[in-house]
Design a binder for this molecule. Sequence first.
Ligand SMILES: Cc1cc2nc3c(=O)[nH]c(=O)nc-3n(C[C@H](O)[C@H](O)[C@H](O)COP(=O)(O)OP(=O)(O)OC[C@H]3O[C@@H](n4cnc5c(N)ncnc54)[C@H](O)[C@@H]3O)c2cc1C
Length: 371
Amino acid sequence: MANNFDIIVIGAGIAGASVAAHLAETKRVLILEMEDRPGFHTTGRSAATFEPNYGPPPILAFTRASHDFFMNPPQGFSDGPLLVPRPSLFFEAEGQEIFTERLLASGSGLEELSEVQALKHFPILRKGYAKRTFLDPQTGDLDVDLLHRSYLKLFKSRRGQLFNNAVAETILRMGKVWEVITPQGIFEAEILINAAGAWGDVVAAKAGVKPIRLQPKRRSIGVIPVDGIQGVADFPLVTDVGETWYAKPQSGKMIVSSADTTPVAPHDAYADDMAIAEGIERLMTATTIQVNHLDHSWGGLRTFAPDGSPVAGFDPHTEGFFWLVGQGGYGIQSAPALSRTATAMVLNENLPQDVIDAGLNLAEVLPDRYS
Ligand SMILES: Cc1cc2nc3c(=O)[nH]c(=O)nc-3n(C[C@H](O)[C@H](O)[C@H](O)COP(=O)(O)OP(=O)(O)OC[C@H]3O[C@@H](n4cnc5c(N)ncnc54)[C@H](O)[C@@H]3O)c2cc1C
């Protein structure tokens, strides 16, 4: 009986860790992770940014409903701050008027700045680059590692079990029970949660469930030295409204990306040197910075459903199979509210009122939209 659980979660990234931590309060929960440690894939490779004006409508709702948690986590949850405010500047470059319209249509709390004001926040802005500039004071840096570790710590304190090196190789439906065969053993549960990130459709196919047509997209990030530039640590996150590049300070250096979105198959992602070179070139066009070499770089997979919104809910055709995938480039900032919502759905409880109040339209995240 030791291998029998109420719920098996496949994947120990932020999605699996956060939902499992909540569910373990009342259920016997097992997480299966194929790598030798949680967070090896997308969760360990993010830009660690909280941006409540970034993403499709369900993500905006989840992100905004996560803000209080990040600022005031429950007593004992984490041993340090999860979110440290850092404003963002959105620049409208030549020809990007349409993207400004979109930003203003869905965004809230944005303040337009003059060039003089923008330079006060970001002194290396190249004069004349930005036709318009918008300040978002609500953004910040997330401590992703701390958040992820804290959810796993909570999970374990609630007697949840996590197996690493436990790829779900074979997934069988035996009557009302899922049987998952892994190198660590065979495990059973009535409910299976697919939190496998880029591998979400792979896991579905193993379970005989119709895939969503998830698309992992590679994103590359370069880290550049900024020696000799004053006050870098206090620079805002900077980006253009067309999302063709972004940069922000990190540990005495700056990260830069061309915001690449190259469709790829699920794999252990690596940075695309060309994409990073483009990001650096765009940064040098927008600023007075001169970049002569790269400190280091990394790549990761942002995984999207066809409509760009996350997928959370029981599969309409297969009993006991719960989807928690497609968080795209927003899976950290939305995790606290998305995991509470997913937990309520798994337990067949009322959805959290604050998430509804933040604007969630449940139909926009249910897997039923792909049935
Ligand atoms: C470059 C980059 C920048 C980003 N920046 C931000 C940001 O600033 N803010 C933000 O909110 N989000 C950001 N994101 C997005 C965010 O990182 C993701 O949305 C989030 O990490 C997804 O978490 P996940 O748990 O779904 O996936 P993952 O972290 O990939 O976890 C899935 C896990 O499932 C495991 N798995 C897969 N198949 C199996 C199997 N068969 N058996 C067992 N285990 C399996 C994998 O090993 C993996 O550990 C960024 C992403 C990238 C790549």
